[in-house]
Unconditional design. Structure first.
Length: 306
């Protein structure tokens, strides 16, 4: 990273930290913070002097922190600030990532320098799993690889030429996304919060920044969510999908990181035993193996599963 790029990274991290701290302060009421009284307020949330008091620092020092100048802020102060602003673990990690970018961008985690495992090796690992969808994406939410069921499950996204195999583009730019994801609002919230987290971890990633700029300019729904500065850890959860071939599916998923390449995240989907989803996933598997040449009897099977 050259000097000008490093300067831009610091400036971006400072601006992000400033906006993030302000939105966290604005969301907490005096009652939630245990502050009695406080007089009339022109805006919701805590005043800067109240956050300073709760953190145990001077008003001037907190004002400096909220301007995004996190250089040299101790772990003790960061922990106290996290308690004052009632940050969850994802939010605390996000603020810590921004502090590292401001303090020493040259020491940022260079995930792009990680040795990528061979795609062929990765693909053999995925193909060994035949009873559940598995797929891999990177921190820009670009599709990397999948087993047969994973490709069949996300065929709508992978087949959309505008989305280019990118989950965020599909979510916000494809007209099919709101039908494909019955819980579109929640899924959209989660994708933006995930991208915000990755952006804090990797402020030097220009491709990620370009994707975020594109979505901000092309999607009002994305833009509205981006300004909220929400972040999240994406480890486990449930996912509902309305598949165009086999109907509604409900999965439990777990996300894992490859030690060899922290940019890559593998998602393993499981289903409840003896559920309609289990039967529909078996049907989807048969369709993917048969190359979409199923008999008319499968169409009747879908109706029986409803």
């Amino acid at each position: 990273m050259d000097y000008r790029s490093e300067t831009r990274t610091v400036q971006t991290a400072r601006a992000e930290a400033s906006d993030f701290l302000r939105t966290r302060r604005d969301r907490i009421t005096p009652d939630q913070a245990g502050i009695i009284g406080g007089g009339r307020r022109r805006v919701p949330g805590l005043r800067r002097e109240e956050v300073a008091m709760l953190t145990g620092v001077s008003v001037e020092y907190y004002a400096r922190i909220e301007r995004g100048d996190l250089a040299g802020v101790s772990t003790k102060v960061m922990d106290a600030l996290a308690l004052a602003l009632q940050l969850n673990s994802a939010e605390y990690d996000h603020l810590s990532d921004l502090a590292r970018a401001v303090d020493a961008p040259s020491l940022q985690r260079r995930r792009n320098l990680a040795q990528e495992p061979e795609i062929a090796v990765l693909q053999r690992f995925l193909d060994a799993v035949t009873g559940a969808p598995m797929w891999v994406r990177d921190r820009r939410l670009d599709f990397v690889a999948a087993n047969d069921l994973g490709r069949a499950l996300y065929a709508s996204m992978l087949g959309d030429p505008e989305c280019q195999g990118n989950a965020a583009r599909f979510m916000f730019l494809s007209p099919d996304a709101r039908t494909f994801f019955p819980d579109w609002e929640r899924n959209a919230d989660n994708i933006v919060a995930t991208l915000r987290t990755y952006a804090g971890q990797n402020p030097e990633d220009m491709k990620l920044a370009a994707l975020i700029d594109e979505l901000n300019s092309r999607s009002e729904a994305f833009q509205q969510r981006w300004t909220k500065h929400n972040v999240r850890h994406h480890h486990t959860g449930t996912k509902r999908i309305n598949h165009p071939e086999v109907g509604e599916l409900e999965f439990h998923y777990r996300a894992l990181v490859f030690p060899e390449n922290p940019e890559w995240h593998v998602f393993a989907y499981t289903v409840d035993a003896r559920s309609a989803t289990e039967e529909r996933v078996k049907l989807l598997s048969r369709r993917s193996v048969a190359g979409d040449t199923e008999s008319a009897g499968d169409a009747e099977d879908i109706g029986m599963m409803a």
